[in-house]
Design a protein around this ligand. Structure first.
Ligand SMILES: NC(=O)c1ccc[n+]([C@@H]2O[C@H](COP(=O)([O-])OP(=O)(O)OC[C@H]3O[C@@H](n4cnc5c(N)ncnc54)[C@H](OP(=O)(O)O)[C@@H]3O)[C@@H](O)[C@H]2O)c1
Length: 325
């Protein structure tokens, strides 16, 4: 357990925040200085996380925690929407602390929140800190990974990347997000209410496009989602019910599609994988059989970015991180 590394604070202690706390505690170059989550305030971090982490009390508010981490990094895992987490990010930045966050929209916040993103960028610059959104998706599989592969390619004509997840083996929260077990009508209604699907696919598409060298100044992005209906009884789903969701995000330059990302999350997927294909010279195709495990990989991506982010300034993306850890 680190005692003289960069001070880090974990903000948000859901499944992901707990995994981040465990990953941070195992790193000698980081010192886990505080943990904040009003939902667990007063509990002991060690009891909550169930591992060899410092025996800290979980705090209800971030002020004291940010003081403990001055000059360090907030490891942030409280929500997916940029608007909702922005006050938390601003508070950290004002306190002089860098942020590495799993907030999906923060991976490329200019897509849907351009003005607020520019303001956060200016604030972080002024306070001499950096703010980064990362994780496995967004943050790696469908954006940084294609960009890394593009390093060996000539001009890229098209990027295609696909992630297939068997949600039967994953957390209940993910099965709910995929709509497993709903009728098609229930699926459409829940989708309409914004309750279904993965947040961040369009952000990944922009990052992948930029990382593969496209000029996206005038680009258009579209997103679609559709239910995948079970053709036979399967794990946790009856025939005729929704087994999961199929999402697509595409980036167009003029009328030419340059990026196509697909995410299929359904119960009983037998071909779970991450796949990236660059139409380029030479062509590049990479398949990760089974796909990269979500929660653990996300915690590692956050913790592994903690050092690098202290060397950066402003609102940055995973494309600004050095390769490796
Ligand atoms: N980029 C990626 O690859 C990736 C991967 C996995 C997850 N994620 C995202 O990471 C986030 C965390 O995931 P999760 O599954 O752990 O979510 P979760 O179960 O919703 O946990 C979030 C926790 O943060 C707490 N919280 C809310 N506002 C807070 C605040 N201001 N200060 C401190 N704590 C606060 C919540 O408390 P309440 O319940 O009381 O609100 C909750 O305990 C989610 O948005 C998820 O979608 C991203």
């Amino acid at each position: 357990m680190g005692s003289s590394g960069i001070p880090v604070v974990v903000l948000g202690l859901g499944e992901i925040g707990r995994a981040i706390a465990r990953a941070a505690a195992s790193r000698p170059d980081l010192t886990l200085a505080a943990a904040v989550d009003p939902a667990f305030a007063g509990r002991r971090l060690r009891e909550l996380v169930g591992a060899d982490v410092p025996d800290l009390p979980v705090l209800a508010s971030d002020e004291e925690a940010f003081r403990a981490a001055h000059g360090g990094v907030v490891l942030h895992a409280t929500g997916s929407r940029f608007d909702a987490v922005l006050p938390q990010l601003e508070a950290a930045v004002r306190a002089g602390v860098c942020v590495v966050s799993t907030c999906e929209e923060l991976a490329y916040p200019w897509l849907k929140h351009e003005e607020a993103a520019d303001r956060l960028d200016a604030l972080a610059d002024e306070r001499n800190v950096a703010v980064l959104g990362t994780g496995v998706n967004p943050g790696f599989v469908l954006d940084r990974l294609p960009a890394v592969l593009a390093q060996v390619a000539g001009p890229v004509r098209h990027v295609r990347a696909t992630r297939v997840i068997d949600v039967a083996t994953r957390r209940l929260a993910l099965r709910r997000k995929a709509g497993v077990g709903l009728t098609e009508e229930e699926f459409e209604a829940a989708d309409e209410r914004g309750e279904l699907g993965h947040v961040g696919l369009a952000e990944s598409a922009m990052l992948a496009g930029r990382g593969c060298g496209f000029d996206l100044e005038e680009a258009e992005v579209d997103e679609e989602s559709a239910p995948l209906v079970a053709e036979e009884d399967g794990p946790g789903v009856k025939r005729g019910r929704v087994a999961g969701i199929h999402q697509v995000a595409r980036v167009f330059v003029g009328d030419r599609e340059v990026v196509r990302l697909e995410l299929q999350m359904y119960a009983g997927a037998e071909d779970a994988r991450d796949e990236v294909e660059l139409d380029a010279e030479p062509p590049v195709r990479l398949i990760v059989p089974g796909g990269i495990s979500g929660d653990l990989a996300t915690a590692n991506a956050v913790v592994n970015a903690a050092h690098a982010v202290t060397e950066l300034r402003g609102l940055v993306t995973v494309l600004d991180l050095p390769a490796g850890r």
